[in-house]
Each structure stands twice: as C-alpha cells, then as structure tokens.
Design a protein around this ligand. Structure first.
Ligand code: ISE
Length: 337
C-alpha cells in the first residue's frame, strides 16, 4: 500500500467533520480524499480548504473512484452495516465510529464477513482506550501492582442530549463506552447487565428516564456500576474509580488548572466529548493510520464491536424489565484470538 492513506470520510456530522479536521491538520500519513454525506452542501462545507478532496453523496462512488485507499465511517450507526460490508468487499482499512452496528445480529454479520476475508480490517472507534489515563489504568490492572481488581465505579455525565436521543440511547450510544472500557480494563467479557431506574431529573426530554444506574458483572466476578446521567447540565464528565485488593485508583473527572479568583476556587469542566477526549481521538486515528499502512489495525476489533452490541442488547432488555439479563455471545472466531 502507498505510504499515504487517501481516506474517504463517510458522514459529515459532528464526529465526521471533527475527524476530517483531525486528518487534515494533525494526522501524518493520511489525507482526506473524499467526504460523503447525503447533504451535499454539508459535505462541501466540510472539505473547504482541503486540496484534493471531493464532496459526494454516495459512499460507493467514493470507494470505487480510484482515489480512496481507506474508509472512516462516521454516519449514524444504522447506516454502518452496508458501508462496512462494501468496504470489506474492497479489502480496505476501516475505522468505524462506535457503535459497530446498532444490534448484535448485524454486528455478527460484520464479524462473519471479516472472518471470511481472513484478516482484520475494521478498527472500532472506542477512543477511550487511547486516553492516557485509561491506558494507564489498564496497565496498572494488568501489572497486578495493587493486587486483584475487585470493582469498577464509573460516572458518565453529559450536559444535555441532542434532539431525538431516546431512552435506549442512554445504553446504546452512551453506556456502550463503559461496556468497552470494562472489557478493556478486565480483559474479560461482560456476562450480565441490570439497569435500575430511580428518581429522575425534570431536565430530561419526554421519554428519557435520566439518570440510570447500570450494574454489570464480568466472567471472573468483577462488579462494575455506571451512573449514566445525560442531562446533568454542569458539563461533560467521564470518570472511573477502580477498587483493588491493595489500593484505590481514580481516573478522569476534574482536570486542568486549579484556580482561585474572585472569592472562589476551582477549575473548568470540559463542555463536551470533543474537548474531553480530543487528544485520545488524535492518538486513536494516528494508531489506525500507522497500522493500516502495515496492513493491520491499531485498536479495538470488530469482535469488540460485536461484544459491546450484545451488551447493549442485554442492557436495553434490562432497562425495560428491571431484571438482571445475561449477555449472549456467539463463539469467538480464531481471527480475534
Ligand atoms: C456520544 O455519542 C459519545 O460517544 C460520547 O462519548 C458520550 O459521552 C455520549 O453520551 C454519546 O451520546
């Protein structure tokens, strides 16, 4: 493969546009070749000032245009399956924003298609794995420095939700990150999910019960809980506390300068995920590009995408029933061992 990836970014929404700027300004070894969006005006605005990039409305046209050697998928999740299958058919390196697909069955179709291809081509955009503190906690757990990991406590707070954010999306769109993080930290699959709905904020849009308390268990019995609170108003906060046999480790939460001014003390809360995880996105995309040039992937696999989709399915069922729901997984193909 040529040393510079010519990337087609599919989807020019919030995340797609952010990735286009990232590829153009900060990532080495890759260039934006095309931006595809059903809204041509939006695609055109996204490529402004990027020489050699074209705006299109059809993903297949971009893939077959002769100038594209890699694909970054940033459309809404329900469109991922068909684009992923088309990119796999052409044996292109793919970075797919989370979720891999919105349900376990379609994610399994992707795993099967990649298994038939016989090599890993899809990296899933779970960017938290590339956050410096997340990576450090994973290494701490792996090293055994504080003994066995016993419990994980997660807080996931967003200031507000975009229009159309449903109750299921608290699980599918938000807690999906914790499903991946817990699998990343423990190196184990999640075996069950329970969701408890308590007192709710008046600030949530109709149809959303917010916050929710998600309880999970892994294969070895590590217990994890997630407070998902998506209309918390004060800002964007993602944090974890890990309880070990010989210590407690905190990551995330408050960061930046500690300031005293005007009779107050404190610091700033990040307003959204672009700021909180901006550096992690940069590392993630660079890792993908570097690996793609070698014919590899540089992060979470399609199996990780499938396994988290199965957790989401159990989570949504648990949200409705209040029961502890088992996560059902097919056997992992050898390609992912
Ligand atoms: C959003 O799609 C993200 O991926 C953010 O990281 C997460 O915090 C948010 O809840 C999701 O809606």
């Amino acid at each position: 493969m040529a040393d510079t990836l010519r990337v087609a970014v599919i989807g020019a929404g919030r995340m797609g546009a952010d990735h286009v700027q990232r590829l153009h300004r900060r990532i080495s070894g890759a260039e934006v070749a095309a931006v595809v969006d059903i809204d041509l005006g939006r695609a055109n605005a996204t490529i402004e000032g990027i020489p050699g990039a074209v705006a299109l409305t059809d993903a297949t046209e971009a893939l077959d245009g002769g100038d594209v050697s890699a694909v970054l998928v940033a459309t809404p999740g329900f469109l991922h399956r068909d684009i992923l299958l088309a990119a796999l058919e052409r044996d292109l390196p793919i970075l797919c924003e989370k979720p891999l697909t919105p349900d376990a069955d379609s994610s399994w179709q992707i795993v099967e298609a990649e298994t038939r291809l016989g090599r890993q081509r899809i990296q899933v955009g779970f960017m938290r794995r590339f956050d410096a503190e997340y990576a450090q906690l994973e290494r701490t757990i792996r090293s055994g420095e504080f003994g066995e990991l016993l419990m994980l406590h997660h807080q996931h707070r967003n200031p507000s939700t975009p229009e159309g954010f449903t109750n299921e999306m608290l699980i599918n769109d938000s807690v999906v990150h914790e499903f991946d993080a817990i699998r990343f930290f423990t190196g184990e699959e999640i075996t069950s999910v329970q969701v408890r709905l308590g007192k709710a904020t008046k600030n949530a849009p109709a149809g959303q019960h917010d916050p929710q308390h998600v309880l999970l268990e892994t294969e070895s019995g590590v217990l994890a809980d997630v407070e998902i609170y998506v209309n918390a108003k004060f800002g964007y906060e993602v944090a974890t506390q890990a309880s070990f046999e010989d210590g407690i480790v905190n990551i995330g939460g408050d960061r930046g300068a500690y300031v005293r001014t005007a009779g107050r003390w404190g610091g700033k809360v990040t307003p959204g995920f672009e700021d909180r995880f901006g550096a992690a996105y940069d590392v993630e995309v660079q890792a993908w590009v570097d690996a793609a040039v070698r014919g590899e992937i540089g992060g979470p696999t399609a199996w990780d995408g499938y396994a988290t989709a199965a957790c989401c399915e159990a989570g949504v069922e648990a949200q409705k029933s209040g029961e502890k729901v088992k996560v059902r997984l097919n056997t992992k193909p050898a390609l992912y061992n």
